[in-house]
Design a binder for this molecule. Structure first.
Ligand code: MV4
Length: 448
């Protein structure tokens, strides 16, 4: 096992990883930008190294500075958290070439799954359901028009290097398809340095359902069931839950097994997530694979009792998975709400600055993952998530009652937060019935 690891991240996820390592007897090294001097991750780690100014390019995204800190502190491994460098195959390669273990999958898995055209081709080969569309990348506009007429409009143009909704266009006819391809290619070239695009049938009124997987370096892969992340706004998830409230056990088993097949085909190890769209008939279509720990991993930890972060660290150290699929059971229902320092009544404008009040809820069934405390100053430089409230109860109705109660116990100010929005959503009849799709929140806000 590792003696010392560096956490190449900030905020609640850095705190989460430090806590896991500490319980495993592993020393922790935090890195921080000057904007994060007073963050909890800096205080909780055994050692903390300043790696630069607030701009991510000069600190949390700066590979030479992170590697230098790792060399100075003489760590065995780096945990990248989520965001920043977590899905950067080049970073994983640099770590390993410096004899520092990257706590994540292989460079090869990250590269194949990170390219959505290659990922989709691998999926088709292994009978993982995908949306109808182009066989591979689109060669030219004429090629795309032919395919679109064949599968039928509306279609979606997607960037091979994209993800999280960037570089996508919906087209309803030949004309908007031709312009959509030009726009998507230019956007993808600019954002990712790769203008490759592909085409698929646009699926309407879908839900977002994703499967958590864990693989070791000995070829074993298991799933930890699914999460429902349908409650989102502008590609930012607001509420995540497990299990998916509307999914029957047969369909559940199908989609979870499909996710394991894809992971095995990619020789995947570490924690990963296979994301699907699910239509009204509960048919699944692969969207993408996230080769990292996700924000919403706690709901899966609560229903399975498995510590995903500790397991990730053990896997990176070469250990075998300590359980097989038949040992993994799920219990009850878990819900997570992301608490952001944003004003939901004012277009979700960020609300940074010092929190003179920061009181957290507690009691049975409640978990709060946060890097904040009373007096903490929320820096304006990063994403505005300040806490995750996660609850676990025997049934979904009880989980909703608990999270509603816990949301009310929060006392945060003077910053605006998304807590009032979450309280409203917990009382919303459609949410309570889980009669929602991926556009539900935007529709509620009158933005569609
Ligand atoms: C789609 C889709 C409809 N049809 N693909 C958005 C993020 C990226 N991972 C893929 N996304 C979508 N792909 C087809 N064929 C609709 C979306 C989509 C979406 C997906 C999940 C959650 C929220 C979303 C919001 C808008 C569009």
């Amino acid at each position: 096992m590792f003696s010392r690891i560096l956490i190449a991240n900030r905020g609640e996820i850095a705190v989460r990883v430090i806590r896991a390592a500490r319980e495993m007897g592993i020393e922790t090294v935090a890195v921080f930008s000057t904007a994060d001097r007073d963050s909890l991750h800096v205080r909780l780690a055994d050692r903390a190294i300043c790696i630069g100014p607030p701009a991510p390019a000069d600190s949390y995204l700066n590979i030479p500075r992170i590697i230098s800190a790792a060399e100075v502190a003489n760590v065995d491994a780096i945990h990248p958290g989520y965001g920043f460098l977590a899905e950067n195959a080049h970073f994983a390669e640099v770590c390993r070439s410096c004899n520092i273990e990257f706590i994540g999958p292989s460079v090869e898995s990250m590269s194949i799954l990170g390219d959505k055209v290659q990922c989709k081709q691998l999926a088709i080969k292994h009978k993982v359901p995908v949306a109808p569309g182009s066989k591979g990348k689109i060669e030219d506009e004429a090629d795309a028009v032919k395919i679109a007429r064949d599968i039928g409009y509306p279609v979606m143009v997607k960037a091979a290097a994209g993800g999280g909704g960037r570089g996508m266009r919906v087209a309803h006819n030949d004309i908007s398809l031709r312009s959509g391809i030009k726009q998507a290619m230019a956007e993808a070239q600019g954002a990712f340095g790769d203008g490759t695009v592909y085409l698929e049938k646009f699926l309407e009124n879908a839900r977002h359902v994703e499967v958590q997987i864990l693989g070791d370096q000995h070829g074993n892969v298991v799933h930890l069931f699914e999460r429902d992340c349908t409650m989102q706004r502008r590609h930012q998830k607001l509420i995540e839950e497990a299990p998916c409230p509307v999914l029957g056990n047969d369909k559940r088993e199908d989609v979870c097994k499909a996710a394991v097949r894809l992971a095995k085909a990619a020789k995947y190890f570490s924690a990963g997530t296979v994301e699907f769209l699910m239509d009204a008939k509960q048919k699944f279509y692969l969207m993408e694979v996230n080769t990292r720990l996700q924000v919403e991993h706690p709901v899966t930890e609560l229903i399975t009792g498995i510590d995903i972060v500790k397991t990730q660290i053990r896997i990176a150290a070469g250990e075998k998975l300590p359980f097989s699929q038949k040992h993994i059971k799920r219990h009850g229902h878990a819900i997570e709400t992301r608490i952001n320092a944003e004003d939901p009544d004012n277009g979700f404008t960020p609300s940074p600055g010092q929190m003179t009040e920061f009181e957290m809820p507690g009691g049975p069934g409640v978990r709060v993952d946060t890097h904040c405390y009373s007096g903490y100053r929320v820096p304006p430089n990063y994403d505005s998530m300040i806490a995750k409230l996660i609850v676990h109860q025997p049934t979904r109705d009880e989980a909703i009652a608990t999270i509603r109660r816990a949301l009310g116990e929060f006392d945060i100010g003077p910053n605006k937060t998304t807590i009032p929005l979450h309280i409203r959503l917990m009382l919303n009849g459609s949410f309570r019935k889980s009669d929602v799709d991926i556009h539900f929140v935007e529709r509620l806000f009158g933005q569609r």
